[in-house]
Design a protein around this ligand. Sequence first.
Ligand SMILES: Nc1nc2c(ncn2[C@@H]2O[C@H](COP(=O)(O)OP(=O)(O)OP(=O)(O)O)[C@@H](O)[C@H]2O)c(=O)[nH]1
Ligand SMILES: [Mg+2]
Length: 301
Amino acid sequence: MFESLSERLGGVFDRLTKAGALSEADVVTALREVRTALLEADVSLPVARDFIRRVTEKATGSAVTKSITPGQMVVKIVHDELIRVLAGDDAPEALKIDNPPATILMVGLQGSGKTTTTAKLAKRLKEKQGKKVLLASLDTNRPAAMEQLAILGTQIGVDSLPIVKGETAVQIAKRARTQANLGGYDVVFLDTAGRLHIDEVLMDEVQAVRDIAQPRETLLVVDGLTGQDAVNVATEFDGKVGISGVVLTRMDGDGRGGAALSMRAITGKPIRFVGLGEKMDAIEPFEAERVAGRILGMGDI
Ligand SMILES: Nc1nc2c(ncn2[C@@H]2O[C@H](COP(=O)(O)OP(=O)(O)OP(=O)(O)O)[C@@H](O)[C@H]2O)c(=O)[nH]1
Ligand SMILES: [Mg+2]
């Protein structure tokens, strides 16, 4: 992820830092290239435009151009602005899982990685925070979906709600809540069914589940390889069911990174985690500084 963007920006900034003295025109030219690189990485146009406007304001003043290392100052300004566009102005948030049992509702399109991400997060909460977690599959659509979650649960040593055939998603959500209360669980994950497209039936079901379950977090799982589509999906889900954050999956793939860069600015919703593979440990909290450092080839700082 981000490789080609990183390469492009690396080239631009190499030239800038090697140039020594810089005129305002040099900076503007370089930033035009940065803008092209962002657009080629599938960053949405308004986000790229706003990004360049903000960087230009800060980087074309005499404080920068007359400084001893103007190129490095421009890179620093871009770095800081990348962090801002990735994370917004708020501090990163941990999952809200106080007041047990806390419900986390997992939503998203078909195949985006909901079930896998549910199990990955459950494993993290169990191992890193010692939480007692219950998994419940509300997926009444796909025949083997409930078994899939139960198998993952066994694999990671986390309980799953017994499967009762013939129940609706809402009925399962109610049973999960009862079970969570009786069993003294800290966290309950509700893994919902996916659809190919956002449709009425899906949204009605998710809304009904939400109203019953009163989730503390509603996490939208989206495929990070789908670029701006991921952002559109997030906008729609947020409008219809309200989401508290986004998990971007398949960030181990060779996507261009546009989804990560546009998500916060367009939807106002934070990226909370990134999925980095199929294994149960392949998930990380989203850290804007690290991502910005990676994009600018500064390594993990
Ligand atoms: N490489 C990679 N694969 C992932 C990641 N997350 C999920 N997958 C894979 O994507 C496929 C679909 O994942 P699921 O978790 O079943 O997706 P889902 O959203 O629950 O799918 P439905 O329930 O059918 O809507 C599986 O093969 C996962 O192993 C990720 O971060 N990276
Ligand atoms: Mg699933």
